[in-house]
Design a protein around this ligand. Structure first.
Ligand SMILES: [Ca+2]
Ligand SMILES: [Ca+2]
Ligand SMILES: [Ca+2]
Length: 398
């Protein structure tokens, strides 16, 4: 939000004085912010972005506007401040069981724990026997680009049986679609399931599903899409309009991609070469391309997210016993690394990396790579101190 208020003033000052950096010392550099709109939107599209931005950041729900009765937070922006990564205080808990037979706790309030409640209602508690994951809010950035990568491109990156024997076997999370979603026009399906791509375990199909679930499960807000009350399971009148849902989806779609910084430093380019040499880029795929979109600024664009959006088995250290869709307990979707260097800004000046924020530095995150990530972690450990610093400087520039 802040950027939206500041940028037009900055632009105005530039226009008047033609010496932007010097005259607007209070405005943060555009490349230090995650929450602005994509460049190249039409005025109409910018307006929809703003509508979505207001609903996402400024609409705080109360009992009178439908909050709860059980909930985790009162607005999207509480957990996704500035659209940057969240802090352990804003994490979500999901519960279920170890095997992949589908969540057996759905009738007991699963998959998400609503640990807060309105007066007179009991906050939810973990049912006996459930396993759980703590999930940190990711940065919401460049999501419209990720949504538009054709299924075929993701399948081309997958190697479920590791046929090329490089120790890496990324695979899609095949998920069942809720009845309000229709498959994308280029969709590939398998046994009636489709490729999920959002969420830490890639169990969410698209930004509409993510938004509908978040209203329902995080804030206790029903919609025509998901009319079931998270507390009673009963069908309720919608507490958020379809228009608002679509505006929020539009906002998420048209958030800009992070802008890399310090790209001219030699440490950064050397670090990037090392990143590729030691196999990080096999999962954190640097370059992807969008398919066609009705939003011209997103259509047929090459972009640099550093993810393959696929699931990888990251070994026992990162296994927390919780499955989602067809993802096993130790499988996680490769997180995009774009914006990584800006994470601290929204995390109180300190890094909280990996799905639950347990890694407090970039190096700690690398050293926790097991399973399919073991080989490149070992290759990292073999680097000289100087090379490690170059690699990390590169990652901080993203
Ligand atoms: Ca409600
Ligand atoms: Ca629940
Ligand atoms: Ca392979």
């Amino acid at each position: 939000m802040q950027s939206l208020k500041v940028i037009p003033i900055t632009l105005f000052a530039c226009f008047l004085l033609a010496a932007c950096e010097k005259t607007a010392p209070l405005a943060p550099e555009e490349s230090a912010l995650l929450d602005g709109p994509l460049e190249g939107l039409t005025p109409e599209e910018n307006q929809r972005f703003l509508n979505g931005d207001i609903a996402f950041n400024d609409e705080i729900f109360t009992a009178a506007t439908g909050l709860g009765p059980v909930f985790v937070a009162t607005s999207c922006g509480t957990c996704h401040a500035g659209d940057g990564k969240g802090h352990p205080f804003t994490s979500l808990t999901r519960f279920g069981q170890r095997d992949e037979t589908g969540n057996q706790f759905l009738h007991l309030g699963g998959p998400q724990l609503q640990h807060r409640a309105l007066p007179g209602f009991a906050p939810e508690q973990l049912p006996a026997g459930a396993t759980f994951s703590k999930l940190l809010p990711p940065a919401n950035t460049g999501l419209g680009f990720l949504e538009l990568v054709p299924d075929a491109a993701l399948l081309a990156l997958a190697d479920p049986d590791d046929l090329d024997e490089d120790g890496i076997s990324g695979r899609p999370n095949w998920v069942a679609l809720p009845n309000y979603l229709s498959p994308r026009s280029d969709a590939v399906s398998q046994d009636g399931k489709y490729i999920g791509r959002f969420g830490k375990k890639a169990a969410v199909y698209d930004l509409l599903q993510q938004t509908v679930n978040a209203y329902n499960q995080d804030i206790g807000i029903t919609s025509t899409f998901e009319p079931f009350d998270a507390y009673s399971g009963e069908t309720m009148d919608p507490e958020v309009s379809n228009q608002t849902i679509h505006d929020v989806v539009f906002y998420l779609r048209t958030l800009k991609a992070p802008i890399p910084r310090e790209v001219d430093r030699t440490e950064v380019s050397t670090g990037k070469t090392l990143f590729e040499q030691i196999g990080c880029a096999k999962c954190h795929v640097p370059t992807l391309q969008t398919g066609p979109s009705t939003i011209a600024a997103l259509s047929g664009r090459v972009f640099f997210p550093y993810t393959d959006l696929l699931l990888h088995d990251m070994g026992p250290g990162l296994d927390d016993g919780y499955t989602e869709g067809s993802a096993t307990t130790s499988e996680w979707r490769t997180p995009p690394l774009w914006g990584l260097g800006l994470s601290k800004n929204s995390q109180g000046g300190q890094y909280f990396l990996l799905h639950d924020g347990r890694a407090h530095s970039i190096e700690a995150a690398i050293l926790l790579h097991g399973g399919e990530g073991s080989q490149s972690r070992e290759a990292y450990e073999q680097l000289t101190e100087q090379e490690k610093n170059q690699l990390i400087t590169f990652l901080e520039s993203l």
